[in-house]
Design a protein around this ligand. Structure first.
Ligand SMILES: Cc1cc2nc3c(=O)[nH]c(=O)nc-3n(C[C@H](O)[C@H](O)[C@H](O)COP(=O)(O)OP(=O)(O)OC[C@H]3O[C@@H](n4cnc5c(N)ncnc54)[C@H](O)[C@@H]3O)c2cc1C
Length: 503
């Protein structure tokens, strides 16, 4: 009796240490099935995915579950130690709906594990003994340790279960690390966009006086957001804007009441698609819980917009961004400081260069101020001290000569032309370089006009005004949009377009 009891006890202890669900060990493995498999995998920011095919009735799978989840906790979920590296998922082949999916991967036993780039899973299949398959069968993953070893061999990494949250290679880099790091920031730009929209809804910030600035900001996003998913999602919201937030119902300074209470707009409109927000930061991840993240993502969004607008749009975009921060950035100090700097601009911005350099130098003024503050208060992120950016290390050619300290402030002689080139390359091309920018039309009603509209992957040029005009003229977003459009036909068209020229 007592031997059996202690056996059960120790087995529990082992299970606990491996993680058997519960509040300390949440199950962060992403469950996939035939209806979301392709979409979720193709939207994953991770470089690699593991897919476990199992059957819920299989006892070996049940025993394996805590092992698999222990590995998954390193990579998945808000508390992941190494987010964005490996996406850990599973498919229950005992579910009828998944039969075809499991056949696609020639599942011959449970659990059966595969490894490959997420996008290859999304479009792929696996056939035994076929060479050059980008999807590989994981033949040695029977315990948590062995699976992690297998992954480490593939990645050339040394991930360990002892790694602590935040103390990891993702933050061993700093602001000053290599140029390619910013390629991962595209996911943070999506994350910040979705978070900002959530905040706007949560705080009921759409009021009669903030409605127009928001519409204009959305127009800017439709035309120039670096992520196609976000361009499309924003276009959808824009097309439905009048329906969701009718101007007549909004009163000054009072919160907006959702007309039909059971229809919370956020439930039907995801500004960057279904997979975002993901709940974690990659490029903008701080070494402490309360640093970086959102505000870092917001800066990256602003910079990436600034290098994408055309010369002719630059002043409008400047005003739109100033108004957006002023009305919707809930950090009060930040928005006041920023707006002050906006107000100091007396001449219109004539070029993309002027605008992008303004955002850059404004950001540096903030950095400079925070450098002092964080020094005094010790509340900065120790791994990401504020600095004047870009460092000599990042952009040697941006510096004209040795910088001097005059009255305690650093005076740098910038080569502004080089800084601009650097910004365009960094926040333009490099930011979007490794991005798998797929849109899967859930409704199946693809529309070439909207695709054209949102498909400009880099610094190109759908004039902002045209973006909404095209969006409005299209029925690609399903019944609601068509309904809206039909209704608009009888109204004064221009009133609803908010042409940016009139900012
Ligand atoms: C509009 C705005 C106003 C803000 N105002 C305040 C404020 O008044 N007080 C306050 O405490 N916090 C303010 N913040 C927050 C603060 O600026 C930082 O975002 C936050 O402290 C996180 O810092 P970070 O280390 O992630 O780097 P961030 O400053 O957020 O920068 C993000 C990344 O951008 C790059 N970068 C840095 N400088 C530049 C530059 N000059 N040009 C281009 N790229 C650059 C770096 O790669 C950096 O890691 C503001 C944020 C925003 C978006």
């Amino acid at each position: 009796g007592s031997a059996a009891a202690s056996f059960v006890g120790s087995r529990r202890a082992i299970l606990r240490s491996l993680g058997d669900g519960g509040p300390d060990h949440p199950d962060v493995v992403v469950d996939l099935n035939s209806s979301n498999f392709d979409r979720v995998l193709s939207a994953s920011p991770a470089s690699f995915a593991v897919v476990e095919f199992f059957a819920h009735w299989c006892p070996a799978c049940r025993n394996y579950k805590p092992h698999y989840e222990k590995v998954a906790r390193l990579f998945n979920g808000p508390d992941a130690v190494h987010p964005g590296n490996v996406f850990m998922t599973r498919v229950d082949c005992a579910e009828k709906m998944n039969t075809k999916l499991c056949d696609r991967f020639s599942i011959s036993y449970f659990p059966m594990l595969f490894w490959g780039p997420p996008s290859k899973f999304a479009s792929g299949r696996w056939v035994p003994k076929q060479e050059n398959n980008e999807i590989q069968n994981i033949d040695d993953g029977r315990t948590a340790e062995r699976l992690l070893n297998w992954i480490n061999k593939k990645l050339g990494s040394s991930f360990s279960f002892d790694d602590e949250k935040y103390e990891n290679e993702n933050v061993a880099q700093s602001n000053d690390s290599d140029v390619g790091q910013v390629a991962r920031a595209i996911y943070d730009v999506e994350e910040v966009t979705a978070n900002a929209f959530d905040i706007i809804l949560d705080h009921k910030m759409i009021k009669s006086e903030t409605r127009a600035p928001l519409i204009k900001f959305f127009q800017l996003l439709v035309a120039h957001h670096p992520s196609k998913r976000c361009r499309q999602g924003t276009a959808e919201i824009l097309v439905n804007f009048d329906e969701l937030w009718p101007s007549g119902v909004l009163s000054n300074n009072s919160e907006f009441t959702i007309i039909s209470q059971d229809k919370d707009p956020r439930k039907s409109f995801q500004i960057c698609g279904k997979e975002v927000p993901r709940g974690y930061w990659i490029f903008c991840r701080g070494s402490r819980n309360d640093t970086r993240g959102f505000s870092c993502g917001l800066w990256v969004l602003l910079h990436s917009l600034s290098v994408r607008v055309s010369d002719g749009e630059s002043h409008t975009a400047f005003v739109v961004i100033c108004d957006f921060i002023h009305n919707f950035f809930v950090c009060d100090d930040c928005r006041r400081h920023f707006y002050e700097m906006c107000s100091r601009v007396s001449n219109p911005m004539n070029t993309t260069r002027e605008f992008a350099l303004w955002v850059w130098s404004t950001h540096n003024s903030v950095n400079e101020r925070l450098m002092r503050e964080e020094n005094d208060l010790g509340n900065g992120d120790p791994k990401f001290p504020k600095m004047i950016w870009p460092s000599r290390h990042l952009c040697p050619s941006c510096y004209l000569s040795q910088s001097k300290k005059i009255n305690g402030t650093i005076q740098i002689n910038w080569r502004r032309e080089e800084v601009f080139n650097f910004l365009v390359n960094y926040y333009g091309k490099t930011l979007a370089s490794s991005f798998r920018d797929t849109i899967i039309h859930d409704s199946g009603v693809g529309d070439s006009m909207i695709d054209d509209l949102v498909s400009s992957a880099n610094a190109v040029a759908v004039p902002i005004g045209a973006a909404l005009a095209i969006a409005v003229a299209s029925c690609s977003f399903g019944a609601l949009a068509c309904f809206w459009r039909t209704k608009q036909k009888n109204r004064k068209y221009s009133h609803h377009l908010y042409p940016l020229k009139n900012v």
